[in-house]
Design a protein around this ligand. Structure first.
Ligand code: F6P
Ligand code: MG
Length: 444
């Protein structure tokens, strides 16, 4: 299972893979230990001595993991930890990575492996096996996002109370909501390791015009998607979700409108089966979000504004209850495989997805997995870079909404790379730029 071009690897010290492994991961791992420390600190030793003991062991094991990667140690197999995907991980490890270390193996593998190893540490315990060490961070960031959350709740309320009748208006609303869903991806917790509440507000400021939202999109197929979607009636649309909290909220605003406007009758939402890349959405995060929108989570919000949230929460719960929104989580999304291997590795998931009329892949990691995380020339066509995901029989239309946070990007017009590289060394991975890329699929 080799990528069609050299894989991104941390052995290249100029790469973002190298920066990630040497600078970002140690921070992420330290925060994971801090989180366990906090939770453990709140326990009563006379009531939960065993859980206390396990908590201490977890912190030690995570610290050891950090040591291993900082010392470029060899990768180790993942022991049987009872998680349903453990055999897949063992097979892949034995086949391809036995001789590799944290820097020599492809970055896509080592990064997924880091989160899987971390999960394994928890899975091997009795009292912490379902613990999400990133939940606290996700919750805090969401709390800090309330200004933008209320604004968007008002906006969708307005759109639903005064539905656009003209196609030209619907087109603009489609662009607006797709772009909100896209830029929600800028609040990813694994990149923004030091974010203040003020920074979050700035990132989410919704005072931006459509023009401004489109300015930094280096390749934008949204109009082509609209050309297709505007003819849809009561179709199935899928989201392969990325981050929980504000990004998920923006995705659900979009999903809400797709249902309300009649383009979709069912939205399938694909979450991660285990805690992943810090901020990715798990089923628990999704349920938590619905819960807090219903409850009095944002206590400082004036009551007239809360009404918008209440209405929205009620409607969303209704979508879940009557099967218009369907939440799923397949272990393939957290497997070591790039998405080129979807059909061969997850045939049931493939045939499920084939029933969709549009699959929207959110965020950076999903994009890296779509294009196999390798050194494509930036002018490579998106359809070429996603390989079988463009050509396989029955593959549905695919839309990637991605803010660029890794040094792989395709589908750019000639000249963009040279222009940006001359002035912004980090343009590919700073999160400032985005791509919106579409492939029409191959359904009969
Ligand atoms: O660390 C690798 C990476 O893909 C980054 O490039 C990005 O910051 C992060 O993980 C995940 O981003 P996203 O949440 O958009 O998938
Ligand atoms: Mg993510």
């Amino acid at each position: 299972a080799n990528p069609p071009r050299p894989a991104l690897r941390a052995t290249d010290v100029k790469s973002f893979a190298f920066t990630t492994i040497t600078h970002r991961w140690p921070i992420i791992i330290t925060k994971t230990i801090d989180d366990v420390y906090k939770t453990r600190h709140e326990l009563d030793p006379s009531i939960e001595p065993e859980k206390m003991k396990e908590g201490k062991d977890i912190m030690d094991s995570i610290a050891l993991l950090k040591y291993e990667l900082q010392r470029k140690k060899s990768l180790k197999p993942i022991d049987d930890d009872g998680v349903p995907d453990v055999n897949t991980w063992s097979e892949v490890f034995n086949k391809y990575f036995k001789e590799e270390d944290w820097h020599s193996a492809p970055w896509l593998f080592t990064e997924c492996y880091l989160y899987r190893r971390t999960h394994s540490i928890f899975a091997n315990t009795k009292h912490w096996c379902n613990y999400d060490p990133y939940f606290r961070q996700k919750e805090d960031t969401f709390k800090a996002s309330y200004v933008a959350i209320i604004e968007l709740a008002k906006r969708i309320d307005e759109l639903i109370s005064n539905p656009s009748v003209q196609d030209s208006e619907k087109r603009i609303v489609f662009h607006e909501l797709a772009l909100i869903s896209l830029w929600g991806n800028a609040t990813d917790l694994s990149l923004l390791t030091n974010l203040s509440h003020e920074d979050i507000k700035k990132l989410q400021s919704n005072a931006k015009s459509l023009e401004e939202l489109e300015k930094n999109i280096l390749a934008n197929d949204l109009e082509e998607v609209w050309g297709k979607l505007s003819h849809y009636q009561q179709k199935r649309i899928d989201f392969v979700l990325d981050n929980a909290g504000f990004e998920l909220y923006g995705d659900l605003i979009f999903a809400d409108w797709l249902i309300q406007s009649g383009y979709a009758s069912e939205i399938h939402l694909h979450a991660k089966a285990i805690p992943w890349f810090v901020s990715d959405t798990t089923p628990n995060d999704f349920n938590w979000l619905l819960g807090v929108l219903k409850n009095d989570f944002f206590s400082s919000v004036p009551s007239d504004e809360k009404l918008y949230l209440e209405r929205l929460a009620k409607r969303w719960q209704g979508f879940v209850d009557n099967g218009k929104w369907i939440l799923k989580s397949d272990y393939f999304w957290t497997s070591p495989y790039a998405y080129w291997h979807l059909k061969e590795q997850a045939p049931e998931l493939f045939s499920d997805i084939s029933k969709s009329s549009l699959v929207i892949f959110k965020g950076d990691l999903n994009y890296r997995k779509l294009v196999y995380d390798c050194k494509w020339p930036t002018t490579t066509l998106f359809k070429d870079a996603i390989g079988p995901l463009a050509t396989e029989k029955e593959i549905p239309p695919i839309l990637a909404l991605r803010t660029s946070k890794a040094d792989v990007i395709v589908g750019l017009p000639e000249g963009i790379e040279a222009r940006l590289s001359a002035s912004e060394a980090d343009w590919m991975f700073s999160g400032k730029y985005a791509v919106v890329q579409f492939s029409e699929g191959n359904q009969s």
